[in-house]
Design a protein around this ligand. Structure first.
Ligand code: PEP
Length: 251
């Protein structure tokens, strides 16, 4: 099954509207025909609408880094799926480890967010991944299995094509440590077999699974060459367009 590759950039709490526009212009001007990879950017909420037109011209899809699980209501400071669609987002991240750890999001809440995103018309990147302690105690597969089964609970098989999984080991995010291609491939194959066990082999083999965690130009090629790694979710190295382009060339 051939799956279209994806390169996604998570800008976290960085960049003004002007910085974001300049980034897109630089990227577009230097992409040089690398069009066989889907490009997704996750800027701040406040940047999504203002950069929408530039993103469309540059063939980039925009997403949010989070959403609230309720449709609307008295949730001061929160942003709904419908608002994100209204602002021009077509994707959202759900369950990023910074949300799980710093904002205490649990699997139940993450599942509600995935379901709300889908009913709002957003596609989802569901992030999963173990901590260093969980890996060292050999619990990494058990943790990722739980994050997948609970995160995707009550989601119909027919909706799974709207979802991408990002395997992001927590110990590799923003630390400069990367999973070896062998360890990453092993986990990606495990994720695919888990998805197959609760849906259908055909759905699992068409699902895209990204690796995230200190992806850089010098490690991207080996990671992206692994058979079950369909691209990357990049944090720090997505902030400069030249570095992101260098990662893109690794495909
Ligand atoms: C991320 O935040 O999703 C991420 C992978 O960050 P970094 O590339 O900086 O490790």
């Amino acid at each position: 099954m051939s799956r279209k590759k994806i390169l996604a950039g998570n800008w976290k709490m960085h960049k003004s509207i002007n910085d974001a526009r300049n980034w897109i212009r630089h990227f577009q001007g230097n992409r040089k025909g690398v069009l066989h990879v889907d490009i997704l950017l996750f800027p701040s909420y406040t940047t999504i609408y203002p950069i929408g037109k530039e993103a469309i011209k540059a063939n980039i899809s925009l997403g949010a880094q989070n959403l609230h699980q309720e449709e609307e209501g008295a949730y001061t400071g929160e942003v709904s799926g419908k608002m994100l669609v209204d602002a021009g987002a077509t994707w959202t991240l759900v369950g990023h480890s910074e949300r799980r750890i710093l904002f205490a999001e649990n699997d139940k809440q993450i599942n509600l967010k995935v379901r709300r995103a889908l009913t709002s018309g957003l596609q989802v990147i569901l992030c999963v991944g173990e901590t260093l302690e969980e890996r060292e105690s050999q619990h990494h597969q058990e943790v990722v299995r739980r994050q997948l089964t609970e995160g995707l609970s009550e989601i119909h098989h027919d909706d799974l094509h709207q979802i991408i999984i990002a395997y992001e080991p927590v110990w590799a995010i923003g630390t400069g440590k990367t999973a070896t291609p062998q360890d990453a491939q092993e986990m990606h194959a495990f994720i695919r077999s888990e998805i197959s066990s609760f849906s259908k082999p055909k759905i699992a083999s068409s699902m895209r699974i990204l690796y995230g965690g200190s992806v850089k130009p010098d490690n991207a090629k080996e990671l992206f060459a692994c058979p079950d790694i369909d691209g990357g979710l990049v944090g720090g190295a997505s902030l400069k367009p030249e570095t992101f382009l260098a990662i893109l060339r690794a495909f």
